[in-house]
Design a protein around this ligand. Structure first.
Ligand code: GLU
Length: 496
């Protein structure tokens, strides 16, 4: 079998976006299934926009998502370095060769000249293409101008007519009119290789067999194939993935919500959920299963079944998948993931005892049922830790104004004060007594009591709430947890 090698080649000019993460993931699934090699290459030739911070974050985000690579800037490999800024000498060798063979030429056109040409083309309704003005400068003339201190870019000589076709593994046969390609810049006048050039040399030297990337690169592909031809390299196979869009069918952006992988991580989306979701962006397994783990995805993934139409990023579906993956985790793991979110809002202590952990496991289990992401937990835990009758909302106050409320709460305070150990069965026994004594039942009995315990009109069922609060009140927290007796008597005081 052919040795399959793919690469993910991000430019460290920003945080890893879900669109790019999906590209990385499709490459990874494809190559893991084929038992090939996954290469990570950092494309940092744009020095102004590249930053080390982004590069570190990128590696961290890819690892968090659950991807690993066999060769890369952090682990090395037989075809390194895996960072373009460290490969400048390699590119120069090929540039020299192309110049000597007359396949490339110096271009001294100024940015102003090029801009003017572009504007003229656009205003007469033509596609702006480089005019080829410097193509016919003799090498001697070019040398003379360079020696005189002029700085030139280097362009590839490309055919003026004809078509170039390639078979895209996702999109089928694609043809391009070479009239519209122009002579692409290989090396800029500052000596830096252009993306379209460095990528060809690197893909070839790194023996990449399949280039799987975003559709935004389709128009680059003919230029890259022409560069391959000039260098007598056989091009890799290409697969261009459709773009990731928001629900309104525009390119997914901050307007739609989170877009950076790091942001989903901060929100408490599990990596396995994001992984699962990204895999389904533009691809579906044959039986239409949705909740899938990595091993299933590797088995089922098929690049040729990837859709050509754009993929819509659906936050609700991601949240649903997150809930499904959360359910699969053991209780301690859920508590461990929840912990930093709750510590940050000073609900939980810096040092957790085993007693804290046991309690947290139970609490997290109760609250996770109603949340999509771990970042939503502190708000839910406020039900336990923020008991403040003076901050009740209008709806809650109205419950307290009902005919039964004051009496029910008063009786409850009296009865609970006589109880040694309060728990849910005791609660049930006390409410039964009050029911018999007052004749109140249903809403008029239970609603005032819910408010008396929580200072809220809704929340956890009391059979879950009461044991959590009673056991929690015996443990020390940064902000003490009040037990039920304390709550009801504070509520009674507030009412009086
Ligand atoms: N550095 C390019 C990017 O981030 C890579 C494109 C490619 O895969 O060829 O868009």
């Amino acid at each position: 079998m052919e040795n399959i090698r793919v690469r993910f080649a991000p430019s460290p000019t920003g945080y890893l976006h879900v669109g790019n993460a999906r590209t990385a993931l499709f490459n990874w699934l494809f190559v893991r299934k084929k038992k090939g090699i996954f290469v990570l290459r950092v494309e940092d030739t744009d020095i102004e926009r590249s930053a080390a911070e982004y590069e570190h974050q990128l590696i961290e985000d890819l690892r968090w998502l659950g991807l690993d690579w066999d060769e890369g800037p952090d682990i090395g490999g037989p075809f390194g370095p895996y960072k373009q800024s460290l490969r400048m000498d390699i590119y120069s060798v090929y540039t020299q060769k192309l110049l000597e063979e007359g396949k490339a030429y110096y271009c001294f056109c100024t940015p102003e000249q090029l801009k003017k040409e572009r504007e003229e083309a656009l205003s007469s309704g033509k596609i702006p293409i480089y005019s080829g003005r410097c193509r016919f400068l003799s090498p001697e003339e070019a040398m003379r101008r360079l020696e005189a201190g002029e700085r030139g870019a280097i362009r590839l000589k490309t055919p003026d007519s004809g078509t170039l076709s390639f078979n895209d593994l996702v999109r089928g046969n694609l043809s391009f009119d070479l009239k519209l390609t122009g002579d692409p810049i290989l090396v800029r006048s500052n000596g830096r290789p252009a993306y379209n050039y460095a990528v060809v040399i690197d893909d070839s030297l790194m023996q990449i067999t399949h280039v799987i990337r975003g559709e935004d690169h389709i128009s680059n592909t003919p230029r890259q194939i022409l560069t391959c031809e000039a260098l007598s390299i056989s091009p890799p196979q290409f697969a261009h993935l459709s773009m990731v869009m928001g629900k309104d069918n525009t390119r997914l952006s901050k307007r739609h919500g989170a877009t950076a992988v790091a942001q989903f991580k901060r929100e408490g989306i599990l990596p396995e959920a994001l992984f699962n979701y990204l895999a389904l962006l533009g691809w579906a397994p044959p039986e239409g299963e949705e909740v899938l783990i990595k091993d299933d995805l590797i088995k089922l993934f098929d690049l040729e079944k990837v859709s050509r139409s754009s993929a819509i990023f659906d936050y609700d579906k991601l949240h649903w998948l997150n809930r499904q993956h959360i359910k699969r985790l053991p209780p301690r793991k859920k508590a461990e993931i929840a912990y930093p979110y709750l510590k940050k809002t000073e609900i939980l202590p810096e040092v957790m005892t085993e007693e804290h952990w046991k309690w947290l496991e139970r609490a997290v289990e109760c609250f996770l049922e109603g949340v999509d992401r771990f970042a939503d937990l502190p708000e839910k835990f406020a039900l336990l830790f923020d008991f403040s009758p003076s901050d009740m909302d209008k709806e809650t106050r109205e419950i307290l104004q009902s005919e039964s409320a004051a009496l029910v709460i008063k009786l409850f305070v009296k009865k609970i004060s006589k109880v040694e150990k309060f728990d849910y069965p005791t609660f049930a026994a006390i409410t039964q007594e009050i029911k018999e004594e007052t004749g109140y039942k249903g809403k008029s009995l239970y609603h005032p009591l819910r408010v008396a315990f929580t200072a809220r009109s809704s929340g956890l069922e009391l059979d879950k709430f009461i044991p959590l609060v009673e056991d929690g009140a015996k443990i020390s927290f940064p902000k003490p947890l009040k037990d039920c007796a304390q709550r009801v008597s504070e509520m009674l005081e507030f009412l009086q």
